[in-house]
Ligand binder design. Structure first.
Ligand code: LLP
Length: 431
């Protein structure tokens, strides 16, 4: 075990909505201890103001443009969060029939929903056509053919964008980089014109736009600018071929601060992108974007309780009651999340170095490696930046019920998902 670090820690991701007041970690005006005592742990807690502030940065950046922000709901698909974003003017980017039904259940307007993903089933296509979704982002020529067939069979015309793969390196984790040759997503830049010509000739389709998404947790503007140039080159070529492109969808992907990362603010990024769009003569074009993580990631934390401390010769373990089934990002991507105590440690408090791990029976079940923490059993910790790709990726591995979720608004709180009842875990099974 080693001594506490000398340098002051960087500001908390999620500040000012996640911050210490009088030594207590708060989300907005609510101490997390109070919520943990009331609702138990593990517990996800989200700040409404943080979500709306993140959205406002996009809205400022796109002000005055014909632009639709389609929240990529895979990041966090909890109904209350969808409702909040729908009420604030968002449409939704969905990737499954389940997400479609969730968005509708939250009150989304079907015309503001776009349907991405490489493996849409005929059934999903039919349902999306029946409810009248805004656009299909089509990812292969084979999908164009099937969608046209399905649309014709139900007497409809499907609005389509083709997701083009611009072959741009988003410089992010390989699992979340999607715009390179060799990724399974989109239609290669070189084949896009031919795909548009095919789409334009299919009776069940109406070409509406063009789409690209190059990856996630992108922390610099350069890959976006590069992708934008590639997409605009294509728009020009497609329109020369006589196929008008109504809207351009630039996808999502903007990163957040997990550990001192400094991605551009959404409004600054869009100032740069719009300048490029204007310079290239596409300023009046209808725009869509599909942000996920950057709207919700730093609006959420996961509170967990320390169960046991297990000091060892090589490694010392701090065993907590949240695990890889609740917070899968570290296990899946070796992702870093800040982990901080709910009670702010006194200046100079003796910290030791711990691997913060969950109870799941896998060595991959860790939440943080080598963290300096002054902790005792019964203390509570918050895993920060847990608003995106955490609850939405949670599982029941080890027959662990999923956590509860609370939405904070100022000093008021609402349970937006109850802790999953144990019996529900085998409700659909029979012996
Ligand atoms: N649009 C499409 C077509 C996408 O595939 C994605 C994310 C987004 C938008 C939203 O991207 P965002 O703005 O959230 O970066 N589970 C991983 C991230 C997977 C991202 C998948 N696609 C993680 O936890 O890092």
């Amino acid at each position: 075990m080693t001594a506490s670090p000398a340098l002051p820690p960087p500001p908390l991701p999620g500040a000012p909505f996640v911050s210490y007041h009088d030594g207590q970690l708060m989300v907005e005006d609510v101490p997390l201890q109070t919520l943990a005592e009331r609702h138990g742990t593990p517990l996800f807690i989200y700040s409404k103001a943080a979500i709306l502030a993140a959205l406002a940065a996009y809205q400022r950046g796109l002000a005055g443009r014909d632009a639709l922000i389609c929240y990529a709901m895979k990041a966090n698909s909890t109904l209350a969060i969808l409702k909040l974003l729908a009420d604030a003017g968002c449409g939704f980017d969905i990737v499954s029939g389940g997400e479609l039904e969730r968005a509708l259940a939250a009150g989304a307007a079907p015309g503001r929903i776009i349907f991405s993903g490489i493996g849409k089933t005929r059934q999903e296509m039919r349902r999306a056509l029946d409810v009248g979704i805004g656009c299909f982002n089509v990812e292969s020529v084979a999908e164009l053919d099937v969608l046209s067939e399905v649309a014709q069979a139900c007497g409809r015309v499907a609005p389509v964008s083709i997701r083009v793969n611009p072959n741009v390196d988003a410089k992010t984790h390989p699992y979340i980089s999607t715009g390179l040759k060799g990724n399974k997503f989109g239609i290669a830049h070189e084949q896009a014109l031919a795909a548009y010509q095919r789409a334009a000739g299919l009776p069940g389709l109406r070409v509406a736009g063009i789409d690209c998404h190059i990856g996630s947790q992108i922390t610099a503007p350069a890959p976006y600018l590069e992708a934008m140039d590639r997409v605009l080159d294509l728009v020009a070529a497609i329109e020369v071929a006589g196929i008008p492109i109504h809207h351009i969808d630039f996808g999502g992907g903007l990163g957040i601060d997990y550990n001192g990362d400094a991605p551009p603010a959404a409004d600054a990024l869009w100032a740069a992108l719009l300048a490029r769009l204007d310079a290239r003569g596409f300023g009046g074009r209808a725009l869509m974007i599909e942000p996920g993580r950057s709207l919700v990631g730093n609006a959420g934390v996961c509170v967990t309780e320390v169960l046991y401390l297990k000091p060892g010769e090589q490694k010392s373990f701090c065993i907590v009651d949240a695990a890889m089934n609740d917070l899968p990002r570290p296990a899946l991507y070796q992702a870093f999340h800040r982990i901080v105590p709910l009670a702010e440690p006194a200046a100079g408090a003796a910290a030791a170095t711990w691997d913060v791990v969950g109870p799941v029976c896998e060595s991959g079940d860790w939440l943080g490696h080598d963290r300096a923490l002054a902790v005792r059993p019964g203390d509570r910790l918050a895993v920060l930046s847990a608003g995106a790709y955490s609850m939405s990726m949670a599982s029941n591995y080890n027959t662990r019920p999923r956590a509860a979720e609370v939405l904070v608004d100022g000093n008021s709180t609402r349970v937006v998902r109850r802790r999953e009842p144990m019996q529900d875990l085998w409700r659909l099974e029979s012996i």
